[in-house]
Design a protein around this ligand. Structure first.
Ligand code: AKG
Ligand code: FE2
Length: 296
């Protein structure tokens, strides 16, 4: 459960990044210190900034620049890669197409997922089968984004892995309505100079998460809440951009496999009175139910 946090901690995760795959990491005091800080941040806020993450700064900037270039294109151009159920909900999501609690979100996006071939997950996976739709202009966007996704996947694994022991008012008119994220952890790469992301604390106050150069904002999602048996909560957040400037955020969502059955880990159940607070959730079902109800 989120506490009455007033700010979001910044955690230097460089020891973890360096030693995550070292079997002796569990005895390393620097790694243990980082894991302790991550644990505290997840318990108190469900949100934290990470620095020392090792993703090249140039790549972090390039993905935002290329996104600005795409969203600057005329509407007809962007609609050439229009998101649809037939395209596995991949592609360009126009302004107002995504609905949060009945209100259209005033944002646009390119949505992409791990590519899923027909039949890969049987009937469960049908909703998301397909390949990602990347624009032809700017031409290098696909390669750049795929490189970025690969870095983010590796970083997210490093953040999540040590904590799990390796087991597997219409406020929306200037942003995105209050929601929790669906998966395990989100890495938010937002434009510098505009504060728009807000996180709700236990008393209902909205705490800003301004961009801090060289960092990602990280937040935990619904599946980590289940895995941890509620020790960690997926904190409600929203986006309100009241600046006159167009804002880009490249959000990466680290999620369980589509067919993963997620349920509270025994170690977390023991720490919370021995009772499972959540039943089993098949991640693909959770995602599919969101996709099928999110869009107009
Ligand atoms: O724009 C942001 O800063 C965060 C967006 C977000 O919360 C999301 O895409 O889930
Ligand atoms: Fe979010």
């Amino acid at each position: 459960m989120a506490t009455d946090f007033k700010s979001i901690p910044i955690i230097d995760i460089s020891p973890l990044v360096a030693k995550c795959d070292d079997p002796k990491r569990v005895q390393d005091p620097d790694v243990l210190e980082v894991v302790g800080q991550l644990d505290q941040a997840c318990r108190e806020a469900g949100f934290f900034y990470v620095k020392g993450h090792g993703i090249p700064d140039s790549l972090i900037k390039d993905v935002k620049n290329v996104s600005h270039k795409f969203f600057d294109l005329p509407y007809e151009e962007k609609m050439k890669i229009k998101l649809s159920p037939a395209a596995g909900y991949r592609g360009y999501q126009r302004i107002g197409e995504n609905i949060t609690k009945g209100i259209p979100d005033m944002h646009e996006a390119i949505d992409c997922y791990r590519e899923i071939t027909p039949g890969m997950y049987g009937a469960l996976g049908r909703v998301i089968e397909g390949v990602n739709q990347w624009p032809h202009d700017p031409p290098y966007i696909k390669v750049l984004m795929e490189e970025y996704i690969s870095f983010c996947t590796d970083l997210s694994r490093k953040i999540v892995f040590p904590n799990t022991n390796g087991q597997n008012a219409p406020e929306n008119d200037i942003g995105c309505g209050a929601h929790t994220d669906y998966g395990l952890v989100t890495l938010v790469n937002q434009d510098d100079g505009i504060t728009a992301l807000q996180v709700r604390n236990q008393s209902g106050e909205w705490i800003s998460a301004p961009p801090i150069p060289g960092t990602f904002v990280c937040n935990i999602g619904d599946m980590l809440k289940i895995w941890s048996n509620g020790i960690y909560d997926s904190t409600l957040h929203r986006v309100i951009n009241s600046s006159p400037k167009y804002r880009v955020c490249v959000a990466y969502f680290y999620e369980p496999n589509f067919d993963a059955a997620v349920e509270p880990l025994d170690v977390c159940k023991e720490k919370t009175g021995g009772i499972k607070k959540f039943g089993k959730a098949v991640y693909g079902e959770h995602l599919a139910s969101k996709l099928e109800t999110n869009f107009v």
